[in-house]
Design a protein around this ligand. Structure first.
Ligand code: ZN
Length: 130
């Protein structure tokens, strides 16, 4: 069973506030399904705790409003930002990077949340800190 819903990855407070339709296109949907199946769900099972998605898919306008970089994988449905109660971003990252879970980028963003992305067939397994 999956612990994630597409709606969790589409929800955006910025989109709602600005009356923007944040519905992903079919390619982004495809990427989001791969992200959930091959990355987020295995991470969820590895951590054994709920993941709070703070940002998932962002259409280019939403991405610009939240200050995301132009090439952001969020605009392709390939990335989410998340937190887990009681576990720091550093701890989350060290657990994931020593597992066999496939990911493209794993980023500790400002010690506040973890950014994880998945790009089927092109995963770089790159770990960064901002
Ligand atoms: Zn992110």
């Amino acid at each position: 069973m999956l612990n994630f819903k597409m709606s969790e990855l589409i929800y955006s407070e910025t989109a709602i506030k600005n009356n923007i339709n944040n519905m992903p296109d079919i390619n982004s949907m495809d990427n989001m399904l791969n992200l959930i199946y091959y990355c987020l769900q295995p991470v969820r099972e590895l951590l054994g705790a709920p993941m709070i998605i703070t940002s998932g898919y962002r259409n280019p306008l939403v991405n610009r409003l939240v200050g995301g970089v132009n090439s952001s994988q969020h605009t392709k449905g390939q990335a989410v930002d998340f937190t887990v109660l009681g576990i720091t971003p550093n701890q989350i990252i060290s657990i994931i990077k020593t597992s066999k879970i496939e990911f493209d980028q794993l980023i500790n963003e400002y010690d506040k949340w973890v950014h994880i992305s998945y790009n089927k067939g092109k995963n770089r397994k790159r770990v960064l800190k901002y």
